[in-house]
Design a protein around this ligand. Structure first.
Ligand code: DGL
Length: 264
């Protein structure tokens, strides 16, 4: 494996571009080949079998392109496909899962010997929240914390249809999902879908100041660095890093939207 080879990053559509932004920020020497599967988005309302088949097809593409690692910048594809992909391919594969641990660990305060139970909403796709992988994650934390699962498929559609700047639409949608909670008693909201990371400012507007907004992007990129470092596969310092965006939807609209999300 050549350290100057690119890293493949994929998502069901445009959400994974939020992860690419983090890679560019934290690992600027790396070359990234991004593939968004917008022609088949959303994944979150499909069956695990469908998402697995789509993920394998994207992986084949990356193999042909000679990537040195793959980041599944999609919690949904990770829950449906990461184990099977790892079995099939030798390339290091970094997956994503809702950052529930980060949210629950906020209850471990050094000045207090007892864990302070956290009230956490996990916003993700229906498939992520239904899958076994998430059930296992919940099991680790739900005896000491109160965890609420909130599937938000419309938040994926709003990004894909280029309506992220429609303030009224976005706030109405957030109220639709979250008004049932007493948000003053919530400690954090986990953005368990990479599309949702683009809504951070809207969530800030919705939530009281005391509630944290947590996503897994930084942790994922930290993990990517550790994996590449352990393999001696980090790009040489000062190498010309960069991003190439590709999408299964070849329209000019998606290309323009992808670029605007990358530089947002
Ligand atoms: N961005 C994806 C995730 O992180 C999935 C969105 C979808 O296609 O439903 O789960």
């Amino acid at each position: 494996m050549s350290s100057s080879a690119p890293i493949g990053v994929f998502d069901s559509g445009l959400g994974g571009i939020s992860v690419v932004r983090q890679i560019v920020k934290d690992m600027p020497d790396e070359q990234v080949l991004y593939f968004g599967d917008s022609a088949n988005a959303p994944y979150g309302t499909k069956t695990p079998e469908q998402v697995r088949a789509l993920s394998f097809a994207i992986m084949e593409r990356f193999v042909v392109q000679g990537v040195k690692a793959v980041v599944i910048a999609c919690n949904t594809a990770t829950s449906a496909a990461v184990n099977d992909l790892r079995e099939q391919y030798d390339i290091p594969i970094i997956g994503m899962e809702p950052a529930l641990k980060v949210a629950c660990d906020r209850g471990d305060v050094p000045s207090d010997p007892h864990h302070i139970p956290q009230r956490v909403i996990v916003a993700a796709t229906p498939l992520t929240l239904r899958e076994r992988k998430f059930a296992k994650l919940m099991e680790r934390f739900d005896s000491d914390n109160e965890i609420f699962k909130e599937p938000c498929p419309d938040l994926v559609e709003i990004v894909e249809s280029g309506q992220l700047d429609n303030h009224q639409l976005v706030m109405d949608t957030l109220h639709h999902y979250f008004d049932r909670y007493d948000l003053n008693r919530i400690d954090s909201v986990v953005l368990g879908c990479t599309h949702f990371v683009f809504y951070r400012d809207y969530f800030r507007e919705l939530l009281p100041d005391r509630a944290a907004i947590i996503d897994g992007n930084e942790g994922t990129v930290r993990h990517l660095r550790v994996v590449l470092e352990s393999l001696g596969a980090l790009a040489p310092e000062g190498a010309a890093g960069g991003v190439k965006l590709a999408n299964s939807d070849p329209s000019e609209r998606i290309a323009a939207l992808s670029h605007s999300l990358l530089t947002r």
